[in-house]
Write a protein that binds this ligand. Structure first.
Ligand code: FES
Length: 196
């Protein structure tokens, strides 16, 4: 059952937030535990999110989708004010901080697009150009991964956002774990209801 958020609602339940953002409730709860979003509790101990949380969730999802680590997302979201709805100037500041991260990823995606038919220095030695571009896997001595993609990426300004998808995998695993707990809780609740 979906819970549609009325256009004029100032706050959203977890179901409404999930419905409008397209993000499962378990992932929203995970974001909250990780300090990326906040809610208040009603007298009945239910979560209520301010409507502007939708923009934060959208920002988190899109940032994750392009491979930005959760720690970096948290750091940037920490620049937004607490206790009031972030305005255009607040988001402009976030955008400015994000520029290096995004430029770095754009450069990598362009490399991936333009060089995927060429040797990428990954150690496979599986295409003809590897023997010239990476003879005897010499690039492996520079470190792990596709060296011809990674090695020529522009440096990130403050070094806090080198390419690292580990955090994203961590998020996926954590959300899976939360889903499993939710499923177990739902099954238990259904069990109790059956027995009563
Ligand atoms: S493509 Fe893998 S080493 Fe060349």
């Amino acid at each position: 059952m979906t819970a549609q958020l009325p256009w004029n609602a100032k706050e959203a339940t977890v179901g409404e937030l999930s419905d409008r953002s397209g993000v499962p409730p378990s992932a929203l709860r995970f974001y909250e535990r990780e300090g990326l979003i906040r809610s208040r509790r009603t007298s009945g101990n239910q979560r209520r999110y301010s409507r502007d949380t939708l923009r934060r969730v959208a920002f988190i999802r899109i940032s994750q989708r392009v491979g930005i680590p959760l720690a970096r997302i948290r750091e940037v979201l920490g620049l937004l004010p607490e206790g009031r709805t972030p305005n255009r100037a607040d988001w402009a500041m976030v955008s400015e901080c994000w520029r290096d991260d995004l430029n770095s990823r754009i450069a990598q995606l362009e490399q991936l697009r333009d060089r995927l038919t060429d040797c990428i220095g990954c150690g496979c030695l599986s295409i003809a150009s590897c023997h010239l571009a990476n003879p005897h896997d010499a690039l492996g001595e520079q470190g792990p991964g596709p060296r011809r993609l990674l090695g020529s990426s522009p440096p990130v300004a403050d070094g806090t956002c080198a390419v690292d998808v580990a955090d994203c995998a961590y998020v996926a695993d954590a959300v899976d774990a939360v889903d499993a707990v939710d499923a177990a809780e739902a099954a238990e609740t259904a069990d109790v209801a059956d027995r009563n």
